[in-house]
Design a protein. Structure first.
Length: 217
């Protein structure tokens, strides 16, 4: 593991402090792994960052998002590739004990910062897209429930009207039962519509999970 005075650790510690979530254990790693274990023709040193994204609305979404950037200045890898490499290195790799002496630590910290910034921007795009989708889904669900309520109400009111028109004692006794059905249906489906309406304000959060450097040799 990298030491506590490592530039990456200092940066992550500051991020954690700003989010009031500083931990006694630093969630930062320096790992190395053979490209043979990755089964990919890829080598070099990479800085990575992981965030947990959470969205709560008409449905809840929680996911981990990965960013992996080469130290040579190349663009970040695709998210799926980053996830595969980071997770494989975490499970099959080993501690890179000499990392602090083999790389430009300040440069690593800068690239790590870039990765975190990219995740922040990606989260905003993801959140906004989910907000639009969530609004569409809620409105569709509310309309569907309202149509069902209107259809059932119409059928119940037709039966009540028919029972009153029949005028027999048997039919008159059925009226309170139908009125009870209507009230129960209106209360139940009305509560569902109101619940969906109250979820109109999407709740979202993104938190730092882990970060560091990976050497692929």
């Amino acid at each position: 593991r990298v030491t506590q005075d490592h530039p990456i650790v200092r940066f992550v510690t500051e991020c954690q402090r700003q989010e009031d979530s500083a931990k006694s254990r630093f969630p930062v790693s320096a790992l190395k792994i053979s490209s043979l274990q990755l089964k990919q023709d890829i080598k070099g040193v990479y800085a990575y960052a992981i965030q947990r994204w959470h969205i709560s609305g008409a449905r809840d979404i929680e996911r981990l998002e990965y960013c992996l950037i080469p130290m040579d200045g190349s663009p970040a890898l695709e998210s799926d590739d980053a996830e595969l490499i980071v997770n494989t290195a975490a499970h099959l790799g080993e501690d890179w004990m000499g990392a602090a002496n083999e790389i430009d630590c300040e440069r690593a910290a800068e690239i790590f910062t870039d990765g975190k910034d990219q995740l922040d921007l990606a989260f905003v795009t993801f959140r906004d897209a989910q907000k639009r989708e969530d609004n569409d889904r809620r409105h569709m669900m509310m309309k569907s429930i309202q149509r069902h309520l209107d259809t059932q109400r119409e059928r119940i009111l037709e039966r009540i009207s028919r029972y009153r028109a029949e005028g027999t004692e048997k039919h008159r006794r059925l009226i309170p039962m139908e009125e009870g059905k209507l009230k129960h249906l209106t209360d139940r489906l009305g509560a569902r519509i109101e619940s969906l309406r109250n979820k109109g304000k999407l709740q979202s959060a993104h938190n730092f999970v882990s970060g560091g450097i990976i050497k692929i040799y």
